[in-house]
Design a binder for this molecule. Structure first.
Ligand code: ADP
Ligand code: MG
Length: 277
């Protein structure tokens, strides 16, 4: 799915009446079946950029187009996994995964087979009847990924999906993510602040500057998959990106405080988004 971002800025009003400039003059073109990682320090506007593409925030200026059409709201073609949209605690794993599908009008048999397919791809067979509170963090993320994928979006947006997981599990899910992306013929845009994660996953890494977020550099990662973290080429990319990020560090001290709940309260609920098609 082709995404075209042109001269996008985003400013949020803050509770003290000031303006928080989250993004400044972002231009970026994302191609069919590309795996893009947005990488940058906390507060640099990564989630904001992802939300603009998802259509759950709108830009202050500039344009975000998907397949040539301006983004005006969420669409089932653009699946997303944001921290704010966690699993429904009152639904078990199977029902969480099938939640969006239930609104598509597909017949029960087809829905069941799609859900079964993703339960199996994500290794959730034994957890199908469990509730979110009975699952580990890694299992919950798998459910969120399955729920997004079973709607067959052409673009999948993932906001730090593995950030809360321990290192070993994170690597395992990164491997699974690569496998799923190779299998699915979709564009993935994944936000991370983990340099290795970005090098492991991405076709191109978009390195962002601390707030206001701008694109500092776009790095094509030419390494063959599956990638090996200890290989010379991998390590060279890591050193190069760390140098890029470290060059920005003094500015990071002046970053505005994180999080303002005012607009979070305005965010549409998950079921509203799923039911919008
Ligand atoms: N809803 C909001 N209201 C006000 N400010 C916000 C909101 N969301 C994000 N910001 C601010 O915008 C900047 C970028 O935030 P964000 O996109 O969450 O960055 P990142 O995901 O890179 O950590 C930060 O300064 C943050 O405090
Ligand atoms: Mg974020």
């Amino acid at each position: 799915m082709h995404v075209e971002i042109q001269h996008v800025t985003k400013a949020y009003p803050s509770s003290s009446g000031h303006v928080i400039q989250a993004l400044e003059d972002i231009s970026l073109s994302i191609g069919e079946n590309e795996f893009i990682c947005l990488l940058g320090p906390s507060g640099c506007g990564k989630s904001t950029l992802l939300k603009l593409i998802a259509g759950i925030e709108s830009s202050s200026s500039g344009s975000v187009k998907v397949e040539g059409m301006p983004v005006t709201g969420p669409s089932p073609e653009r699946g997303f996994i944001f921290q704010e949209y966690a699993l429904f605690p009152w639904l078990n794993v199977r029902d969480n995964i099938s939640f969006g599908l239930d609104m598509t009008g597909l017949n029960t048999k087809t829905k069941r087979s799609i859900v079964n397919e993703y339960i199996s791809i994500l290794g959730l067979e034994k957890a199908a009847k469990l509730y979110p509170k009975q699952l580990s963090g890694g299992m919950r993320q798998r459910v969120a990924i399955a729920r997004a994928l079973c709607l067959n979006p052409r673009l999948l947006l993932l906001d730090e999906p593995f950030a809360a997981l321990d290192a070993i599990l994170r690597q395992k899910l990164q491997e699974e993510m690569t496998r799923i992306w190779l299998r699915e013929n979709k564009s993935f845009i994944l936000v991370t602040h983990d340099v290795e994660e970005a090098i492991y996953l991405a076709d191109r890494i978009i390195v962002m500057t601390p707030g206001p977020g701008r694109i500092k550099e776009i790095l094509p990662i030419s390494l063959a998959r599956p990638r090996v973290r200890t290989e010379a080429g991998f390590i060279q990319f890591r050193s190069r990106i760390l140098r890029l990020l470290q060059a920005d560090e003094p500015e990071a001290v002046d970053m505005p405080p994180l999080a303002c709940t005012a607009s979070e309260r305005r965010m549409p609920l998950l079921h509203e988004i799923y039911s919008c098609h």
